[in-house]
Each structure stands twice: as C-alpha cells, then as structure tokens.
Design a protein around this ligand. Structure first.
Ligand code: G3P
Length: 222
C-alpha cells in the first residue's frame, strides 16, 4: 500500500470559496509537508486553476461531464479540467449522482486523458460495480452520514470492510477511500486499519475555525 491519501472536498461551502479556498490549501500544503502525507483538494471549478497554480497539492474536480469538447453549452469537459490543472475528478458523488452509462463514460474519458477517476459509491454492491470500471479509486460514502459528526469509521465499519473485500476481488489495483463524518485522527486511523488507502472528507476541515488544527489532528495517527 502507498502513502495514505486525504482528499478534501470543498463542495460549494462559502468557507471553501475564493480566498478561503486558498487558506485551506495553504494549511493543507503545510500539513502534508510536515507529516509526509498526501493531501488533495477538490475545489469548485472556479478554484481549480488558481489552486493548481499556487500549490503543489493535487487538485481534483468535484464532477465532470462525460462529453467531448464541442457544442455542449454549460458542460465541463475532461479536457477543460485538465487544462485548468486538475489531476482527476470525483465521479458520481452522492450530491451529484450519475447514471451507470455516464459513470462509465466519465471513467473512460478521464483515463484516456490520463486523469484519475475517483468513483463514489453508497454501498458494497455499487463499490464492486465501480471497481469493474477500473477507476483510480473507489470512495465509499454512506450518504446518511455525510455532513454529520458521526464518522463512517465508527458508525459503519462493515461497509468499509465489505467494500475493501469486494473491490480487491474485482480489481486489486483500484485504491479505496472512505468518507462521511470523518473528523479526527482516530477516524482516519480506523479507516486505514480497515484496509482503505485514505479518506474523502469535507465539513470537518472546510467549516473549521482553524482548518490547520483539524488537518494536524487528521494526520496525527498515521
Ligand atoms: O465528499 C466528501 C463528503 O461527501 C463527506 O462529507 O462533510 O461528511 O466530511 P463530510
């Protein structure tokens, strides 16, 4: 297993936009350097380019449309996020669900562009199905725990171990993240001990008064 990966989804939180996105990115860069942990950011489209220019952290899109460049008003293509500096994209986040056909098309287009697809799933069978598409990562997140104070690591460890087993059986090269309610070093440690490669999280860092303190705690047991 490689180094643990912590991906911070800034969603569309006001606290994660504009200059506040820079403040979180600066804190994340500092903690990644201090702790030797890989930390990535998934900001809004507006911040992909500025963050990828100013920081060495990998930047991901939160969503991408499965369309080629052309006459598709209002869509965001794989080519556009790559040119903005993204190294990959979330696909099928629970706040941006896609059809199976669109998930497959997003994963294929991202892979063709040499970007990393991170497919979000909500249970063990969808994790197995996502693994069959050979994305870079499957990210298991029980939707009912997203944004709350109780983490998936403590509330539903079975969904993590079930996903790890199912994904490894389908394609052992696919890395696994888990998320929903992750807020402390203990949550991250448990997720890693259950067999994942890291975590996907949002509110505990983005909405914190001092994101750097939360980030330091998140990496403290790695
Ligand atoms: O994409 C991460 C996410 O859905 C989990 O959100 O706020 O529970 O960490 P949160």
């Amino acid at each position: 297993m490689g180094r643990p990966f912590i991906l911070i989804n800034l969603k569309t939180y006001a606290e994660g936009s504009g200059q506040r996105a820079h403040a979180i990115a600066g804190a994340a860069q500092q903690v990644a350097d201090e702790a030797g942990v890989d930390i990535g950011l998934a900001p809004s489209y507006m911040n992909i380019h500025p963050l990828s220019m100013h920081y060495s952290l990998p930047v991901y899109a939160q969503h991408v449309d499965p369309l080629p460049p052309g006459a598709h008003t209002g869509s965001v293509t794989v080519e556009a996020i790559r040119e903005a500096g993204a190294v990959g994209s979330l696909v099928n986040h629970s706040e941006r669900r896609l059809t199976l056909a669109d998930i497959e098309a997003c994963v294929s287009r991202l892979r063709e562009a040499r970007l990393v697809p991170i497919v979000c799933t909500n249970n063990v069978p969808t994790s197995a199905a996502a693994a069959a598409l050979s994305p870079g990562y499957v990210a298991i997140e029980p939707p009912e725990l997203i944004g709350g104070d109780v983490s998936v690591s403590t509330a539903n460890p079975g969904i993590i171990t079930g996903t790890v087993e199912a994904v490894r059986k389908v394609n052992p090269d696919v890395r696994i993240l888990t998320g929903a309610g992750i807020h402390s070093g203990k949550c991250v440690r448990t997720a890693i001990d259950l067999g994942t490669d890291g975590v996907l999280l949002a509110s505990s860092v983005v909405k914190a008064k001092a994101p750097i303190s939360v980030l330091r705690d998140l990496v403290s047991l790695l």
